[in-house]
Design a binder for this molecule. Structure first.
Ligand SMILES: NC(=O)c1ccc[n+]([C@@H]2O[C@H](COP(=O)([O-])OP(=O)(O)OC[C@H]3O[C@@H](n4cnc5c(N)ncnc54)[C@H](O)[C@@H]3O)[C@@H](O)[C@H]2O)c1
Ligand SMILES: O=C(O)C(=O)C[C@]1(C(=O)O)C=C[C@@H](O)C=C1
Length: 349
């Protein structure tokens, strides 16, 4: 798959997408400030500068500006028939804006990045091996999902993972947004002790605070967009800290806390996902009606089953089949979950 790719916002993430896409044969046009585009062209992240209006004619459009900008730009991009996606760290505001604008859209979010920003820090391999969330809803066109997921897998070399947008935002509150705020708070507590305290910090403090050096405007934007879910995560964290704090004198209780934490940490595994074994295609017969796709992707997402690819196999009767590509390690669990929910699920040769 290749063609013309429009990237709106050619910074760390947009620039990294551009570098990877150009390497695999896409023509990349960029929309950003003139000086950013000049630098992006010099670094090989875009072929040429473009405009939002011209990007409407691309084969795929990716919005990679800060969240509040991307939300607004979705409205300005319409009308277009081009498949559209974005990379924003919070999904609900983007999904709502794209659906309001009537775009052929699916939300996206790479679980890769850094505390650095701007196209100067872009890297063609940034997404290689990483998880990449896609957030289809009942209004998502399966063909758009298929194209974006193929781009993520074949061009960015990441692993597409379908999850409903609301669930994505709840997960990110705990897995990304809370840790960023914790880094900010830790840095404040240590700096408040004495002016030289930070110069004495060792590896544990550095591990826990790296993302405190992230771009302030970008993170103010991300946290504001996910305020309700983040409020819940902060409440749970404050409760856990208070509880653990009350147990400090109780060695048995603290040992048990660390045992549980070590087990949980081991569950994390590596950051990069590896494809183990062969992938398998599973055909799921569906009534050909709106909402059917979302029911299947939501079900599998809720069981943490990665959909590596999907397409609709239409028939001349009213029933069509949704063909899913899954890792062979997850097929058994997927078939059981689908059958339990009343769907058929046949493995294709
Ligand atoms: N940084 C990360 O680790 C990370 C990871 C995953 C997703 N994201 C998401 O990616 C998006 C971009 O983040 P980034 O880290 O690449 O930021 P960045 O600051 O490096 O890049 C953002 C780019 O958008 C441009 N821009 C701003 N307003 C614009 C507009 N109206 N039109 C066109 N371009 C505009 C800026 O000039 C800049 O070049 C954000 O939505 C963020 O939530 C970031
Ligand atoms: O590696 C980092 O610096 C990151 O913060 C990356 C990270 C995260 O893991 O929280 C940050 C924001 C994104 O939305 C996705 C990934």
């Amino acid at each position: 798959m290749s063609g013309t790719l429009g990237i709106v916002g050619v910074g760390l993430i947009g620039g990294s997408i551009g570098l990877a896409a150009r390497k695999s044969g896409w023509e990349v046009v960029g929309v950003d400030r003139a000086e950013v585009l000049e630098r992006a062209a010099a670094l090989g992240a875009i072929d040429r500068a473009s405009t939002l209006k011209e990007a409407r004619g691309a084969d795929l459009v990716i919005l990679a500006a800060p969240i509040s900008q991307s939300t607004r730009l979705l409205g300005e991009l319409a009308p277009t028939d081009a498949p559209v996606t974005d990379v924003a760290s919070v999904k609900m505001p983007l999904v709502e804006a794209a659906e309001r604008a009537g775009l052929r859209y699916v939300g996206g979010h790479p679980m890769a990045g850094s505390q650095l920003s701007g196209v100067n820090n872009a890297d063609a391999d940034l997404f290689r091996g990483a998880r990449y969330f896609l957030t289809p809803t009942e209004r998502t066109d399966p063909e758009v999902y298929r194209r974006v997921s193929a781009f993520v897998r074949d061009t960015l070399r990441a692993t597409p993972t379908a999850v409903p947008p609301e669930k994505h935002d709840l997960l990110m509150a705990a897995l990304s947004h809370l840790p960023h705020l914790m880094a900010v708070a830790l840095l404040k507590v240590a700096s408040d002790i004495s002016p030289e305290a930070l110069s004495f910090a060792g590896p544990s403090f550095r591990d826990l605070t790296r993302v405190g050096a992230s771009n302030p405007e970008l993170w103010a934007d991300i946290l504001a967009a996910n305020a309700p879910a983040l409020g819940e995560a902060l409440g749970a964290f404050a409760g856990a800290m208070a509880q653990i704090g009350s147990e400090i004198g109780n060695r048995g209780a603290i040992e048990e806390r660390f045992r549980r934490a070590r087990d949980a940490y081991e569950e994390l595994g590596g950051i990069l996902l590896e494809r183990k074994g062969k992938n398998v295609e599973l055909a799921v017969p569906l009534e050909n009606q709106p909402g059917a796709l979302a029911r299947v992707t939501t079900l599998l997402g809720s069981r943490n089953i990665n959909i590596l690819d999907l397409y609709m196999r239409h028939s001349h009767t009213e029933r069509a089949a949704l063909v899913l590509t899954l890792s062979s390690a997850q097929v058994k669990e997927a078939r059981a979950a689908l059958r339990e929910a009343g769907f058929g699920a046949e493995i294709l040769d």
